[in-house]
Design a protein around this ligand. Sequence first.
Ligand code: G3P
Length: 462
Amino acid sequence: DGEVFKYYADGEWRSSASGKSVGIVNPTTRQTQYKVQACTQEEVNKVMEAAKVAQKAWARTPLWKRAELLHKAAAILKEHKAPIAECLVKEIAKPAKDAVTEVVRSGDLISYTAEEGVRILGEGKLLVSDSFPGNERNKYCLSSKIPLGVVLAIPPFNYPVNLAVSKIGPALIAGNALVLKPPTQGAVAALHMVHCFHLAGFPKGLISCVTGKGSEIGGDTGIAISKKAGMVPLQMELGGKDACIVLEDADLDLVAANIVKGGFSYSGQRCTAVKVVLIMESVADAVVQKVNAKLAKLKVGPPEDNSDITPVVTESSANFIEGLVMDAKEKGATFCQEYRREGNLIWPLLLDHVRPDMRIAWEEPFGPVLPVIRINSAEEGIHHCNASNFGLQGCIFTKDINKAILISDAMETGTVQINSAPARGPDHFPFQGLKDSGIGSQGITNSINMMTKVKSTVINLP
Ligand code: G3P
């Protein structure tokens, strides 16, 4: 009906002076579902200035009070799970049940962050000088953690709420102000989530949410905005090509279940999705058969129906996935299912006998298409995994724990899962990517630490 959702600045909902809006296309209907404000650079600058002012007072607000407000926001967010989940269904075609899970998980994440924050930020360090050569015990160093200032968060489309609060919570508990630039698809869910913080009663200007085209107000990578905020440290979660290495002694039913869950949940649109299966030749046929049987049972369709496989986020994403599939076809991969696509909806597809000359052996489809590469030794699997530019997660299936640990040590990824598919959660676990997969380590505790710097006061005795 032409309504344009307002952006959030200085504790109020505003229309942009640009008079322009950005349309959000529903991946299922491919019609414009919602519209958000196209904020101007000047409006973003103003938000940053307001955030700087609000942050000063917030940093002086007692830690327990900050935690109390976060707990309140968490509770309100959970109360609003149904309407927020509905936005996720309409904006990013997340299956209805998973959309609710994302919101509830986000509320839990905020509460856990508040609890963890009061503990780790409530503790400082005392150092004495005479441990270092040449010193007497005449200096006492008191160190504690202080906020960075203004934190800018740019979450991706696949978790517009959860990957926003995973920054908002740690930033706020640590005494920072927070500016959110949500993904265009997912922006309305994010605005609704910000509304929950508004209702909780955070000081005005402390949290803001600007919407618009990344190319105009975000810069290529968000670094343009982060520089304005004076935020030097960066924490980034980027792509992945998570390998699933399957050895001969693995529990093959467990393997098949994890390949399907890991490779096809949210239609493969997770940075932690299984993106290549590296399987010992001797067990490959059996596993491929088991996986195919499970894929045949997946429900393919609209997210409202709780389908397992739903339309991918944009038409260009679907076209990209199709490009990888066609390349694999030309180069002779075995199609375990017929390739099928309607609009943005792509049916689940397992590609067997993929070889290293195929693009899909290395590129990240971010869709329900999974390559299987047959290997003859664990070393071959490790080699393929490490030849990737990405290094997010990986997994190994074997009953031999000693072997699993050795392989884990050899894999150049931020995390290795033994006998389960890659996953970020539980949300307090460290989460990091090596190589092109990111900078810094997330997870509640690490994120709180990353959003602080150390401040020392040294007492010098005569
Ligand atoms: O792609 C986003 C990444 O954070 C994955 O999270 O919970 O699906 O493993 P999760």
